[in-house]
Design a protein around this ligand. Structure first.
Ligand SMILES: [Zn+2]
Length: 318
């Protein structure tokens, strides 16, 4: 079964991780390759000529054309970090290889950090995953549903419109064998025609067939030139019992279990988009667990600096 192949794949063992990423010089070499896969590139003038020297333990690159001095971490998500790269790489190892992910508190203990440092590290890496996923598009057959974080009434649908819940849209693309391929989880302010239309335009390839329940606003997927298959959930019948929603319901159930089991007290309303982005990133790359870490390192090296102040103003960016 496909699910078993995913669950039983080898991934990257702790021994393998330590052999490949255990020392500062190994991490430095990998980060350099991830940041500049075709060799050094001056961030100011794009020149490829440079000389290098050490300032303490930090490798400095000086552009031969414009004399700009830069480091491997400057201008990336690692910008201005005082931590050794080995700590960042350990954090990325745990964030990519554990089954249910790790909370800030676990990261603090596992990597040996203070809580504020672990907070910054986790949020920066979640931001990398969120931004990487912002361009994911679904196509073919897509099941969608409205969902809420922060507690839900039994039966799900009674939760619609409840106070203190964070609403989000869940969408799962399935293939011809009816297996799930990719998912998108998007924080929304409310389930309105406008928001669904904008979401569909950003997220769905035209001609996608969207399967949803009877919630009125889902009709707006037509704005993105998608076909809409509306399945009415009748009286005494729950969407969870309907085969056409199997995957979106299953994956939403897994997401909620993982979030509830790993994160006990985070500010759902403020940072939900980032936590959803992290779950989506891992889900969409679940077929090749061993490659997840190098891909995350590349994504981190190619994401610009995001200050703590900016990260805490999260609501403004979603
Ligand atoms: Zn230059």
């Amino acid at each position: 079964m496909k699910t078993n192949r995913i669950q039983f794949q080898a991934g990257l063992s702790l021994n393998q991780f330590l052999a490949q990423y255990g020392t500062e010089s190994q991490c430095e070499a990998i980060l350099e390759q991830s940041r500049w896969p075709h060799g050094f590139h001056c961030p100011r003038c794009q020149s490829q000529e440079c000389c290098t020297y050490r300032r303490g333990r930090v490798k400095v690159f000086q552009c031969s054309a414009c004399r700009l001095q830069t480091t491997l971490t400057e201008g990336t998500i690692f910008h201005a970090t005082k931590l050794p790269l080995t700590c960042w790489f350990q954090a990325m190892y745990f964030l990519s290889q554990t089954k249910n992910n790790v909370s800030i508190l676990e990261l603090k203990r596992l990597v040996g950090l203070s809580y504020p440092t672990a907070w910054r590290l986790k949020h920066k890496l979640m931001q990398v995953m969120f931004e990487r996923e912002s361009t994911t598009r679904l196509s073919g057959r897509v099941e969608i549903d409205d969902a809420y974080l922060g507690g839900e009434h039994p039966g799900g649908k009674a939760g619609r419109g409840s106070e203190n819940k964070v609403p989000f849209l869940a969408a799962v693309q399935t293939n011809a064998q009816n297996h799930p391929l990719y998912a998108v989880f998007t924080r929304v302010k409310t389930f309105s025609h406008d928001e669904v239309a904008q979401w569909a335009t950003r997220t769905l390839v035209p001609t996608t067939t969207v399967v949803s329940d009877g919630l009125w606003c889902f009709q707006s997927v037509a704005a993105a030139d998608c076909a809409h298959q509306r399945e009415i959930v009748g009286q005494g019948r729950k969407s969870t019992d309907m085969e056409c929603f199997t995957w979106v319901n299953t994956i939403l159930g897994n997401l909620k279990t993982a979030v509830a089991g790993t994160y006990h007290a985070f500010d759902f309303a403020k940072y939900a988009h980032r936590y959803l982005g992290e779950y989506q990133y891992r889900f969409n790359r679940r077929f090749d667990l061993a490659r997840l870490l190098p891909r995350m390192i590349t994504a981190a090296a190619q994401t610009g600096k995001r200050t703590e102040r900016w990260l805490r103003l999260a609501e403004d960016q979603c």
